[in-house]
Design a protein around this ligand. Sequence first.
Ligand code: GCB
Length: 599
Amino acid sequence: MKKSALLLALLICVLTGRSQETKGLAPLIQNVYGRDHQVLNGYWHYLIDPLETGYWDYRHKPMADGFFKDKKVDNVKEFKEYDFDSAPVMPIPGDWNTQNSELFNYEGTLWFKHTFNFEPSDKRVFLYFGAANYDAKVFVNGKMAGEHEGGYTPFNFDVTKLLQKGENFVIVKVDDKRRADGVPTNNFDWFNYGGITRDVMLVELPALYIQDYTIQLKKGSGSLITCSIKLNETQAQQKVTLEIPELKIKREVVTNDKGEAQFEFKSNLVLWSPENPKLYAVTLSTLTDKVVDQIGFRTIETRGNEILLNGKPIFLKGISVHEEAAFRNGRIFSAEEDRTLLTWAKELGCNFVRLAHYPHNEQMVREAEKMGIMVWSEIPVYWTIHWEDPNVYANALNQLSEMITRDKNRANLIVWSIANETPQGDSRDAFLSKLATYARSKDSTRLISMAMERSDKSATTLSVRDNMSKYVDIISFNEYVGWYDGANEKIDRVKWEIDYNKPIIISEFGGEGVFGNHGDVTTRWTENYQADLYTKMLKMIDERMPKVSGITPWVLKDFRSSRRLLPNVQDGFNRKGVVSDKGQKKMAFYVLQKWYLQK
Ligand code: GCB
């Protein structure tokens, strides 16, 4: 095969194929914000391309000279039907739906172009995206760098060879069409914000660099620090130094022939906890590379029905949160917007947040860590995924791996959740048990869970019975008595029989109430109904659910969802927030706050 034909075949494969090998992804860089980087955020030109004209020719074959080439022509003499440089711009990061009203309900492809200057050095350069929803194909100076599927996890490509001195351009095709075989699938209860929704940057690393590191307390120990690192190459005898200046610690080891090294030593340290979210500056260095991170140390375990933080039982006073900005209701794009939501959670009395239903941006987890808020992080294996499709599994696994790699050094991250409200069955069990096993093999120190569904013994004897219970550390389930199951009065009539000797978390309960809409407690959509639901539910937990060790009611803030159509009530919002979409606190907020304050 001629070289050009091979390249075209590869391109076609990349454009159409969905296997991991074809994607060109480089191993995910951890702690990008702590690395030398050039931020590429800013105003990017965009073209709206619902028919993907820049991609396929009229026989629906991928074009070798699609829009990604950004071909320059003499406008009068040559033929070209697109032009990025005269196209409008929008700020990146940002979802397109809330930046251009024409795009509010648009689902499809947009092309983005950004021009930047670059000064080559002897460093390796990676093009990093915090997230792009949903399918991103990335081109640098007209050549494909790679592609990524999944809207909520970071990814990067090694673009060293694609960059040139001086002006460069990156073109990204982002397609947010929902797919039956996507993760999530095409049916979900949140808004499908499309676009390059998180930071974009060029990260520069030396040729031999620290590719991966894990620093934490050894499982079961309150003072034994372990650290494992891996270089990007299998180079033995490389000196690695770990320093924690505040603890006057400096240790050196050398890598083995896999380019890996381990540290293990005792230290008298202050543990991270919600009351004292202590972080230490930790430096890892080799002859060529150096990375600094803020690391907290704590243990998280279970004992029977209890969750133990630093060896002591803790009740997880939580709230579920969507990654949607306060007040303006678009995808969050700054740490400040993360802080607004987390501050509400703090005010509520929370020590825990369930970041639903997909990994939120990295700063959300880091800000929560600084504020003393523990985190549950979840991949969007939501409702009815195509359990039997190996590509869907590979995609879910990749998202799980990206989530864990990014956040495994955060002390506040205590739960990896592998799914939400999935239908029981053999193919689901096979899929999810493999994910659980994988998560445990990547990180044996955190707890694994998933939001299960109820499986009742009778109309009023409620229960959870799920084959996946043996794979998880915490039995979590969503229960909507009083909303989808009867009205509030039912809450007083139910009893619970959950037979597992594991900690139990109620990962969701709630009901919709429109801020300012007041009425009788039996009238749905009022603040009063919602507050009454919370009052009854919390009483039920106090009196009839002694084994529950945490709750994350649904949900902190009203959020956009295209499934929520009731005029003058929902108007495109799920109204189960204890705070409205405009930031007003509802009565239920104060009911929950009071309970948390005395818990
Ligand atoms: C659920 C889902 C959540 C929905 C919520 C609701 O069980 O997990 O994504 O938004 O119910 O409001 O119905």
